[in-house]
Design a protein. Structure first.
Length: 246
């Protein structure tokens, strides 16, 4: 490992460690915002360094930098979560929590150097259970007629790449084409915990499952959301909002 690479990774680790000291709801909000800005700058630096590694065809270093980016995004997301909770925005805070969890898992998949992140993942799982109320998750079933590899562009069944594995600084993913909605189910372990039931109808109005407040429903749904209505054994209608993510 060259001196330049060693110095870059050392500076990255020092920045992340400093920001991790602010991962608490008790920390000052201005300091947390400043940490977010530092991480955003560092993520851009990692992106530029990864581009250089890719140009040099250094796959191990490119994958290591992919892990660095994911780890920094996880800390950034958790900081945002605490800030949003202090602003009484639990819905957005939940999304940042899930981003933090997913980013840590991605870092572990990116490179062997991030195997130690199992501890922070357990801590975020505890935060999910203690800080937030229990959630009801959903999963959308789709009929997918064409699946392509994001790395080589070929039919996924015909290529040599594996979804979720890192290749030269990026993860392989299945690009689904020619989709047809099939069903929506309530599940215990969804692929994306952002897909959840946000509330349900009562005689008095619409009850938000996160805040427990009674809310008025708007006549129109946001453009990036899809709604469905389920009827449970209780006879109450649960209005499920399936968030569309990038």
């Amino acid at each position: 490992m060259s001196k330049d690479v060693t110095n870059f990774l050392r500076e990255f680790n020092e920045t992340v460690k400093d920001c991790e000291a602010l991962l608490s709801i008790a920390r000052d909000s201005e300091l947390q915002l400043e940490a977010c800005r530092k991480l955003e700058k560092k993520i851009l630096e990692v992106r530029e360094e990864k581009a250089r590694a890719i140009d040099e065809q250094d796959e191990d270093y490119a994958n290591c930098l992919l892990g660095c980016s994911c780890a920094a995004k996880a800390v950034h997301a958790e900081l945002q979560m605490w800030l949003l909770l202090k602003q009484e925005e639990p819905e957005d805070a939940w999304n940042e929590l899930i981003t933090a969890q997913d980013s840590l898992l991605a870092a572990m998949r990116a490179h062997r150097g991030f195997a130690h992140l199992s501890g922070p993942i357990k801590r975020l799982t505890a935060i999910e259970k203690i800080v937030f109320p229990p959630q009801m998750f959903m999963s959308a079933g789709l009929i997918v007629r064409v699946q392509r590899c994001s790395v080589c562009g070929r039919d996924y069944e015909d290529c040599d790449h594996l979804a979720g594995r890192p290749y030269m600084g990026r993860f392989c993913a299945i690009v689904a084409e020619d989709l047809e909605p099939d069903h929506v189910s309530i599940v215990d372990s969804p692929a994306d915990k952002r897909c959840r039931v946000l509330g349900f109808e009562t005689d008095d109005g619409y009850r938000n499952r996160m805040t427990w407040k009674l809310e008025k429903r708007s006549d129109s749904e946001p453009a990036n959301e899809k709604s469905t209505t389920l009827t449970g054994e209780s006879g109450l209608k649960a209005r499920a909002i399936i968030m569309c993510t990038d």
